[in-house]
Ligand binder design. Structure first.
Ligand code: NDP
Length: 415
């Protein structure tokens, strides 16, 4: 069997012997994953050329990247930023466009690989467009897989696309996972730093500010995933992501808190062997592996020195302070549109927290209430995904507004 998550055998053969640079498109190039990708592309100019880059609003940074990379096309999702992008790229010969359709167009343009680095379900249409080209998708945008689930994987299979996991835990497991003999695999383990509130009490978490929630102790990431890491919803989303990528049920996907973030993922085999992937916590390692796959791309980050690290520690996640893990597992087992609701409610609640409308503990409470209140059936089509996603966002917004009235910031606003 070929690496089904992950690949078609002929891709591997073709890329092994590639003599020409790989042409890459970076969706979400101005974000955290996007900037790390751009950094690696610029460091290895002989190995890569760039077709397109995209952003939501950050037109200035996008224009600078497009010039540095010699991209052919740059698209900004927010039409209000079109003028800035156009002016910044005037005379460059780089084609510019705006709107959600332009981001999809970027994904559809001819490239050997598309980095799906947009955050949230907003990336679904463009990531699917990349999948439908049947080429390689460097897959970071986990929310798309959580919200569209089996339908997303059906598109991957139907179009013969190759999905390469960028998320550090899934990338680690991919490197240790024997796709030829999956029957020998007992379980996989996703490690988790525990986030900024690993040792905080419920009261401290209730009072947590945005600044505290995004101050991740190990990884340097975008705001949304940093907050997801603080609630541990990120690990919940990753359980669902791993279920689809590695075709394992919830009970074969373990989560262990590992504050040093040196071991990123483990695969346990029936004979007791455990294969683990290690590295310093820098997203450029998994991104470099994906960009060059099946070859290794040179990457500059600090090398792992186990003696300097000294101690590696592990603990179980606390289900009382971090109920998001349970909710994600329940949604996965329930199936159908439940993960879609989980993801949409979480995005809505995180947004409300970022805007100071609800407290930190309200985020997961809103997700739980939305899941409980919204009856969902099977996902028959992508239209169902968009429909359920919309319903869940509307309900979660209402529930968040209700909680906002009891949030101290509401009093401050009124004062
Ligand atoms: P960021 O918030 O840092 O960046 C998001 C990118 O998406 C930016 O380029 C942003 O543009 C763009 N974007 C946001 N909204 C839209 C929209 N509506 N339409 C088009 N583009 C949009 O996110 P991260 O880089 O942290 O995360 C990206 C994805 O990768 C997420 O799914 C995350 O879970 C996953 N991931 C991230 C990791 C990390 O280390 N950061 C690790 C593992 C996975 P603009 O700059 O203009 O706002």
């Amino acid at each position: 069997m070929a690496l089904t998550v992950v690949s078609r055998a002929d891709d591997a053969a073709a890329l092994d012997s590639r003599g020409t640079p790989r042409r890459v498109t970076v969706l979400g190039s101005t974000g955290s994953v996007g900037r790390s990708t751009v950094d690696l592309l610029l460091r290895n100019p002989g190995d890569f050329t760039v077709e397109a880059v995209t952003a939501n609003r950050n037109a200035k940074a996008l224009a600078e990247q497009a010039r540095q990379l010699g991209a052919s096309f740059a698209a900004v999702a927010d039409p209000a930023e079109y003028g800035v992008l156009k002016e910044a790229l005037s005379g460059s010969g780089i084609e510019v466009a705006c709107g959600a359709e332009a981001v999809v167009e970027a994904a559809e343009r001819p490239a050997d690989m598309v980095m799906a680095g947009i955050v949230g379900a907003a990336g679904l249409a463009s990531t699917l467009a990349a999948v439908r080209r049947g080429k390689i998708v460097a897959f970071a945008n986990k929310e798309t897989l959580v919200c569209a689930g089996g339908l997303f994987m059906q598109e991957v299979a139907a179009h013969g696309a190759t999905l390469l996991p960028v998320d550090s835990e899934h990338n680690a497991i991919w490197q240790c996972f024997d796709f030829e003999r999956v029957e020998g695999i007992e379980k996989i383990t996703l490690t988790c730093s525990g986030g900024p509130f690993r040792e905080k009490s419920v009261d401290e978490m209730r009072a947590a500010t945005l600044k505290q929630a995004v101050a991740h102790p190990v990884w340097n990431m975008g705001a949304k995933i940093s907050i997801d890491s603080a609630t541990l919803m990120n690990k919940g989303l990753e359980i669902i992501e791993a279920h689809h990528l590695f075709r394992l049920p919830s009970e074969q996907i373990d989560v262990v808190i590992h504050p040093q973030s040196v071991i990123h993922g483990l695969v346990t085999y029936h004979d007791g062997s455990v294969l683990a992937h290690m590295g310093t916590p820098d997203m450029r390692t998994p991104i470099a592996y994906v960009l060059g796959w099946p070859c290794r791309t040179a990457a500059p980050m600090q090398r792992l020195d186990l003696v300097t690290v000294g101690r590696l520690t592990f603990e179980r996640p606390d289900p009382v302070r971090f109920p998001a893990l349970r909710l994600a597992r329940e949604a996965l087992v329930q199936g159908g549109g439940a993960p879609t609701v989980l993801n949409a409610a979480n995005e809505t609640a995180v947004h409300a927290f970022i805007e100071g409308r609800i407290g930190f503990l309200d985020i997961v409470a809103v997700v739980e209430e939305t899941l409980a209140a919204l009856p969902v059936g099977a996902l028959g089509s992508l239209d169902d995904v968009y429909h359920i996603d919309g319903e869940a966002r509307a309900l979660a917004a209402e529930l968040a507004a209700h909680r906002a009235r009891n949030h101290p910031a509401a009093d401050t606003d009124r004062a």
